[in-house]
Design a protein around this ligand. Sequence first.
Ligand SMILES: [Zn+2]
Length: 255
Amino acid sequence: MKVIFLGSGCWQGIPAPFGCDKISQNVEWNSKDFRFRTSLHIETENGKSIIVEATPDIRLQSWKFKLKKPDAILISHWHWDHLFGLLDLDWFVENNALAVYGNSVTKKWYDERMSHVKVSFQTFESYKSFEIDNIRVTPITVNHVKDTDGLLFEDMNSGKKLAYFSDLYEIPAETLDLIENIDAIITDVTYLESNIDDDPTHLQKNQIIPFLESLNAREIILTNIGSYQNLTHENLEKKFPQYTIAYDGMSRQYL
Ligand SMILES: [Zn+2]
């Protein structure tokens, strides 16, 4: 499988609205500091296209990265920055031709707010795997808000495994067992270097490094980055050389 990062920004992306901080004031469209909300594109060996998260940036992400219509969209949880991009697809999905996968709470939000977008919603359950082409997908519980899943991807040809955690403050033991020594972990660092410390749904600044050090993977990729970190991509790379700092357009092959 080939993975492209369609977005590496936190819930508000970078730039944040109205140039409210130094990084947002100076960011350029093609720089690594420009970040759509966190999202991935996965291409299977047979050319099937999977988008992870329907962010409110999906229209521009699909344009910037020249994506064709996906075969599936996977959604980790019901928060608006992961789900509300489905509204942009209303005119572009034929009746039930696009499969969208999410848990039952995400399905409820879809049913109540955007069911006029005629996707084929497939409800998944934590720790029950399903297959899309040659990719085995396992929703794996993380603690963020109630009913949040991470996603474990396994290329069934190569056996390579990748775990993706959009938002979290903790990984339960049952999930940790499944991601031990895998090829890559992509994880949330919303508050890596910020002083915002009143949000219990994400790891806080003083908790993130011990958490990252407890993980065991060939590559640990940090995503969900906000302008309130007040560090450019270049400075993040200098400060945390032991980790990969995601940027929009970054790609990896797991063959
Ligand atoms: Zn969230």
